[in-house]
Write a protein that binds this ligand. Structure first.
Ligand code: CA
Length: 402
């Protein structure tokens, strides 16, 4: 399709609206506005037109403005005061007139009941623009909200997000096709959710196409959801509660399975705690720490694969006791190493000391084995703490994979 064909036929450039749902009320809170060209011969998305750098900027801006104005006509006729309108713009194109053109077209709809606060500017330009923060602050001063789209793992991106302080982070779900996406990808999403929390941004998961992706979005702090699994882009606005019952029921299923998972985590913790207390009480007297570890190892076949003892500052007081394919071996080289730099290490020491009970870590990839495991740790007394790395197969058996 030639760009000029579209430019000379703006009548057939129309907006589409893809609904965005929220987690707390299960209703539509807004729409992403997309462009489409509908002629007698064909119907095509304008997404690639807007991003095509071979097409002169003025042309792209003109078509973007047509889509936006037509969408705002629909918005103002809807009589809805609270809906959010997500508008995609490339930073480079906005900067051509210092952002003035886009601002003026937003303000021109104020008389028709569309406030700047209802507009979410979705910036998804991958070329980092130096002055973008200035532009964004200018828009924010009018109440326009900012979303950063196509959030990925690139670190330049993360820096930029921190600088922009967006209201919304849009995270693309399309890489998460099945429940066997690697732990690395899951960790990236997890760090994004922590970043979002730190900067006070809400997370919107987009391109949700399966129930699994919806569950993942819910579980990972997603406040807003968008994607074909919920609703496709359409020419008309929908009833806000159109999916209320379905979403409520589905999320209730997530709540039940998450509660079950958490319960089994706490049950495991209680069970390990009494098992170890028992073993330790039986073997503590008159045993060196090596002997204690060996005695524990005999009872821990199939459950644990590594054990060691540290002091309260993280210095390892014992060697590692490590399970190879058929026997427990002593690994002296770990003695006297310091582990205080590990995430949560000191915090866990304090927790163990105040609670006088064992604790179970989150799931993480073991550096040596690469398996996703948990560590159970337990105070032996005020100064010595036992660490037990639980084997992945035992955890799968006890908790399932999720
Ligand atoms: Ca978008």
């Amino acid at each position: 399709m030639d760009a000029l064909d579209i430019l000379t036929d703006l009548e057939n450039v129309v907006p589409l609206f893809q609904p965005i749902f929220n987690a707390e009320e299960h209703k539509i809170i807004g729409y992403e506005i997309l462009g489409r060209y509908v002629s007698e011969k064909e119907e095509l998305s304008l997404g690639s037109f807007f991003q095509d750098e071979m097409i002169p900027e003025e042309y792209r801006i003109e078509v973007e403005n047509v889509v936006f104005s037509k969408a705002m006509e629909v918005a103002s006729c809807s009589g809805e005061q609270d809906l959010l309108w997500f508008v995609n713009r490339e930073a480079g194109l906005l900067m051509m007139d210092d952002g003035e053109g886009f601002l003026q077209s937003i303000l021109s709809f104020q008389g028709k009941g569309i406030r700047p606060e209802n507009i979410v500017l979705e910036i998804s330009d991958r070329h980092v623009q130096n002055h973008i923060e200035h532009l964004i602050n200018y828009y924010k001063s009018y109440g326009i909200k900012i979303a950063v789209g196509k959030v990925g793992s690139e670190s330049s991106y993360l820096n930029r997000i921190a600088g922009i302080e967006p209201d919304i982070l849009k995270i693309d779900m399309s890489s998460l096709r099945s429940n066997n996406s690697g732990p690395a990808y899951l960790d990236v999403l997890h760090s994004l959710s922590i970043l979002a929390r730190k900067i006070g941004a809400a997370i919107l998961f987009e391109n949700i196409e399966t129930p699994y992706q919806l569950q993942f979005a819910w579980k990972n702090g997603g406040r807003f959801y968008q994607g074909f699994y919920l609703k496709k882009p359409q020419t008309d606005l929908l009833e806000k509660d159109i999916l209320k019952e379905k979403l409520k029921a589905e999320i209730h299923g997530f709540i039940l399975s998450e509660k079950k998972r958490l319960q089994s985590y706490y049950d495991l913790r209680v069970e390990l705690n009494s098992k170890f207390q028992d073993l330790i009480n039986r073997n503590k007297k008159g045993h060196s720490s090596n002997e204690l570890l060996k005695a524990l190892g005999e009872s821990m076949d199939g459950i644990a694969f590594r054990m060691y003892i540290c002091d309260e500052d993280g210095f390892q007081l014992s060697p590692n006791l490590y399970k190879t394919d058929d026997e427990w071996i002593i690994q002296p080289k770990y003695e006297n190493k310091n582990w205080s730099w590990r995430p949560y290490f000191l915090e866990n020491i304090i927790r163990m000391r105040s609670g006088k009970k064992g604790i179970l870590s989150d799931r993480y990839s073991d550096i040596e084995t690469g398996e996703v495991i948990r560590t159970f740790s337990l105070p032996l007394n005020d100064k010595e703490f036992l660490f037990v790395d639980l084997s992945a197969s035992y955890l799968h058996k006890r908790e399932g994979l999720f």
